[in-house]
Each structure stands twice: as C-alpha cells, then as structure tokens.
Design a protein around this ligand. Structure first.
Ligand SMILES: [Zn+2]
Length: 446
C-alpha cells in the first residue's frame, strides 16, 4: 500500500532535507566545471543508493547523469537538471549556496529550479524500495545545461534513442499554479533568445561637438523596434502568427477550468491592468500566444549622472516565446526579412539560444493516473495546464523518442527561481516525494 511509502517518507523527513541541503551547497552553475563534476557524481551516487544502475555519460557539453532500474508496467523516463542559474550581483538574504531554513522554506539557489524537484523522484524510489512496493521500470536522465538552453540534450536523446526508449516521459520543474494546488502541465512555449544591434560610428563622440552630424544608434534601434509591434502588442512581423496552432474544444475545456486572481497579482506586481483581467484571457495569453519581448536595452553611458555623448552602438536583448507549431528557424527568418524589407539592413541580428515549443495532447492516457497521484498525495484537486508559459526542453523527448511528456510543478508558485532568495516550501518537497512515489507505484499496477 502506498501509505507505507508515505510513512517511510515522513519518518525520514529530516534526513531527506539534510541530503538535499548537501546537494544545494554545490554551486553547480553550468560554466563551473568543478561544481558540475561534483554535483553529477553526487547524483550518480544517490541514484545507485536508490537501486538504479547509474553512470555518468559524456555529451557535447556537461555530463548526463543516467540511471535505469527494473520494474513492472510502462517504462517511465524521468528528466531533471542539476545545473543552476548564476547569482551574479544579486542581493540575497542568506548566502545562495548555504541553504537556510526560514518560515518553513529552504532558501538556496537551485532549490526549486531544479534540485529539490528531481531529488524528490530519487527519494520516492528509495521509499518504494525500502517498503518493498513495486514501481514502474524507470530511466532517469539529469542534464547539466538546462539554464543555458539544453543545447546538448536533443542531440544526446537522438543519439541514445534505444537507451532512453520509454512509454512516457515524466518530469518535475517549474512553479505551481498561483493557487498553490498541485500543478500538472502538458507542454511549454519555446523561446528564441537574440540580440539586435546597431553601430553608427567607430567610437563614442562628444554630443556637442558632433551632435546632429554623427547618427545616434539609440534612435535608430528604437525605430527598428517600433516597426515590429503595434501599440496593442500585436506583432507586425510578416508571417509571425502563421503557424500558431488553433485553439480546439479540448483546449477551451482546459482553459475554462483555470482560475486567475488578477487582483492579487496586480497588487504583487503593481501592474494595474492585471486587475480584472478574465482568467481565460490571462491563460490564453500566457500559454497560447507568442510574445516579442525586449529583455534589455543598452546604449551609451548608463552609470550615474549624465555623460554627453553620441554613442557608437545600441543593443536590444530580445526574446520571442513561441507556441506550437511555430518553428524557431522560420521565425528568425521572418525577423530578418522584416528588417530587410523595412530598410533596417544596418541592424544586426544574433541568435543566442533556441528551444522549440511542444505540447502533449490532452487525450493522453497518462494524464488521469498522474492527476490521481497528485490528488492522493496532496488532498487537493490538481490544476492541469495545457502548457507552461516558460520554456523547457520537452521537444527533445517528444520529437526524439516519440512519446508523450507530462510535467508536474513541484515548487511553490513563488519559488523565486532565477531571482534572489530562491526558495522551496519544505512541506511541498515532502509532498513531492509522495507524489512521485504514487506515480511510480500506481502506474505499475496497470
Ligand atoms: Zn531555470
């Protein structure tokens, strides 16, 4: 009975938290080779302890931690990532790599995104094993480059198709729905991270001595940006919306079951227009519509005070969130064509990272049992989202292995991932272990 596993999890709560903290002390930013090495080895050990045949596998980038474990029923592939976001100059209340408990939460970089979430799967398997409860045959893959765009993952999945072959992919990442009910989602938006830059002279010049004769790159770049989007937010790039998949009755059914507290979010973010936004509109915008976003603008002097110059360059950091079935290459081509057509041949486009959008059909047979597991482990009705607004490398599994992919968000909705004071509610970490145990056990029961 699954209750036995729940009891084991409750009885070992303190140890699980301590183990998680050890893991959080490793500053495994993707570019930190030493920490990546330490973290991947530690995970390999944790998998072996939970009965996996575990090994580190080389990839084009950081090593993949891979484990396989026998069982009964459909083969489940579990995915997670052990790399964390850098902390830069962010101000933290407690040091980011010294996990600290406050108000029932653990504060540490990478706790929600994604260490506690995949550690929950490993501890779930340990609990089932300790209680002698059957589980599905499991394969687990943990990558070390998610925060830098999972660049090696799609190639790795294709190359190791047989090794990773499975019936379904189940993974945990991201924050729960803002109601903090258990959250299951079936896909994600994709993303193209890119820069647009203009150079108008060889160097910065005095704005009095050369103003009006040397062109200003800031104005030039703004004109290019203005040409791409109207005041209502509609993107004017030709072809941008061509492949956006139509909303079908199944989507409408899911969308209409979702709630949204616009008043609360409006107060938290100090964004008045969110107050009163209908739930359907909010979710449709976040899950079913693409964006064209300016994430940073840089030109000239940006320190304190004023320096009177005409700068030589201006750069806009941008991202486009893609929805199914938009193809990143095709959208980049549309942006290039737009710049050309509107005479902005001096605006240079550089693509950084790309992730394709992906969505598992709402008719998948695995959704029901996973939702039941969430209900039983939490005592709450799960929220099922057709997609996540953010981007995760689901397409690597859906395209590479041809299987459905279903996600749970194990972290609290305000986990502050990528930001200072990233945290995870301890109770939710424990509940997540129970949910994974329930998923792996119940699917083995046919
Ligand atoms: Zn992240």
């Amino acid at each position: 009975m699954i209750e036995q596993a729940y009891q084991y999890i409750d009885a070992n709560r303190a140890r699980f938290i301590e183990e998680l903290k050890e893991f959080l002390r490793i500053p495994s930013v993707a570019t930190d080779a030493k920490a990546v090495d330490a973290c991947s080895r530690k995970l390999e050990g944790a998998l072996a302890k939970a009965g996996f045949d575990a090994k580190l596998m080389p990839s084009a980038g950081n090593p993949m931690v891979f484990g396989v474990r026998k069982g009964q029923g459909p083969v489940v592939l579990v995915y997670g990532h052990y790399d964390v976001m850098p902390v830069d100059n962010q101000v933290w209340q407690s040091p980011p790599f010294e996990p600290t408990e406050r108000d029932g939460r653990i504060y540490a970089r990478g706790v929600g995104d994604n260490k506690a979430q995949h550690y929950a799967h490993i501890k779930a398997v340990e609990a089932l094993q300790a209680c002698g409860l059957p589980a599905v045959p499991l394969k687990i893959i943990l990558e070390g480059e998610e925060e830098t765009g999972s660049t090696s993952l799609p190639g790795f999945v294709k190359e190791h198709r047989d090794l990773l072959a499975c019936d379904v992919c189940y993974a945990a990442d991201g924050p729960r729905h803002e109601s903090n009910r258990p959250t299951i989602y079936l896909g994600c938006r994709g993303v193209i991270g890119f820069e647009l830059s203009v150079r108008t002279s060889s160097r910065d010049v005095h704005s009095g001595n050369r103003g009006n004769v040397v062109p200003n790159p800031g104005w030039r770049l703004m004109q290019a940006l203005q040409s791409m989007r109207d005041d209502s937010g509609h993107v004017l790039i030709e072809g941008f919306y061509d492949d956006v998949r139509k909303i079908v009755p199944d989507d409408v059914r899911m969308l209409e079951a979702l709630t949204f507290d616009g008043k609360k979010m409006s107060e938290q973010l100090a964004v008045a227009e969110l107050n009163g936004m209908p739930a359907r509109e909010y979710h449709e915008r976040v899950m079913y519509r693409p964006t064209l976003n300016i994430s940073g603008l840089v030109s000239g002097f940006t320190g304190e005070g004023i320096v009177n110059i005409v700068p030589a360059t201006a750069t806009a950091k941008m991202d486009i969130r893609l929805v199914v079935d938009q193809d990143p290459d095709r959208i980049v081509a549309c942006v290039r064509r737009h710049l050309e057509k509107h005479g902005f041949t001096d605006v240079e486009l550089t693509v950084h990272d790309v992730m394709k959008p992906s969505r598992t059909p709402s008719s998948s047979n695995f959704i029901g049992p996973i939702a039941d597991a969430a209900r039983q482990a939490s005592g709450q009705e799960p929220v099922i989202l057709p997609a996540l607004g953010g981007s995760i490398p689901q397409y690597a599994f859906v395209e590479g292995l041809g299987v459905p992919c279903i996600w749970s968000a194990y972290a609290n909705w305000d986990e502050q991932n990528h930001a200072p004071n990233e945290n995870m509610v301890i109770e939710l970490f424990i509940q997540s272990i129970k949910m994974s145990a329930n998923v792996f056990h119940s699917l083995s029961q046919g």
